[in-house]
Design a protein around this ligand. Structure first.
Ligand code: BEZ
Ligand code: FE
Length: 287
């Protein structure tokens, strides 16, 4: 039987890449076309479905703005962001694990003194975080930077609030001579990823929930060590095993211990219940 275009087209397309001078780009495009064609054959994509896909991707692009990245959201929702992270920052038994950066990071968080209150008045149950940053042998790392950001107790980041941006829940703090850190923030609430765009439609069609377990984001860095983008998760969140963006690692779940009103770890008299969180982090020496 003569070969059909369906069986030969993939090879025909790949042959057109023969003159590509960029070896890495060629490898990526070869693989992309091979898998894309295999997918189209596998599901026997119809004309209508192909057009729907084009319209869907157009809608994803149109939803993007300076502060909204619907493509990254799709990468997160399909587990691609977490896969890329795992490939490029594979877990090392003795060091802090990584978790997705997410769309709410701002590069210019203010430097804050150790012990600072990062809430800037944002609502939520007060939480006092503390721990130690060490190397993989447990030796303290002085001067490690923790670049922190989180949602408030209702699950909203400052950048999601209406009106001009007033930053809150963010700050860079540095460990002391013994590698210790401590600061005040809130217990972050579980929250849904943005669902007012195509990503929300996709989740609904798939019968998936948009929720993420409460978490505090941080980037931990120190000279001579590999920086880690990660999150501390609220261990008792009901979404810990069903994170919409597949970011949870068991080692990143921390107990938020609840206390009755009284004297907080920083000596402050608290009139409301508050939490304490103890979370140590180990960094790998840079290669
Ligand atoms: C976040 O944790 O901030 C996040 C991550 C992925 C998608 C949406 C939000
Ligand atoms: Fe987040």
């Amino acid at each position: 039987m003569n070969p059909t275009v369906e069986t030969t087209l993939t090879q025909t397309v790949l042959e057109r890449f023969a003159g590509c001078p960029d070896a890495r780009f060629k490898t990526i495009m070869n693989s992309l076309v091979t898998h894309l064609h295999a997918f189209v054959r596998d599901v026997r994509l119809t004309d209508d479905e192909w057009m729907q896909a084009i319209q869907y991707l157009t809608a994803v692009g149109k939803k993007c703005t300076d502060t909204r990245q619907e493509f990254i959201l799709h990468s997160d929702l399909l587990g691609v962001s977490s896969l890329v992270l795992e490939i490029n920052h594979p877990p090392h038994a003795a060091s802090l694990e990584s978790a997705v950066l997410g769309p709410f990071y701002l590069e210019d968080a203010p430097a804050r003194p150790l012990g600072a209150d990062l809430t800037d008045g944002m609502p939520g149950e007060p939480a006092f975080y503390s721990g130690c940053v060490t190397d993989t042998a447990g030796r303290p790392i002085a001067g490690a930077t923790l670049d922190i950001w989180s949602a408030d107790g209702a699950g909203f980041y400052d950048v999601q609030l209406p009106g001009p941006l007033v930053k809150r829940g963010r700050g860079k703090i540095m460990t002391d001579a013994d590698g210790r850190y401590w600061f005040r923030s809130v217990k972050p609430a579980d929250y849904p990823v943005p669902t007012d765009g195509p990503g929300g439609v996709m989740l609904q069609k798939l019968g998936r929930t948009p929720d993420r377990p409460g978490h505090l984001h941080l980037i931990v860095a120190a000279p001579g060590y590999t920086a880690v983008v990660t999150q501390i998760f609220v261990a008792d969140s009901k979404f810990l095993d069903n994170d919409a963006v597949f970011g949870v690692k068991k080692s990143l779940a921390a107990k938020f211990e609840r206390h009755a009103p009284g004297r907080a770890p920083n000596g402050e008299q608290m009139n409301v219940p508050y939490c304490t969180v103890q979370f140590d982090m180990r960094l790998l020496a840079a290669a």
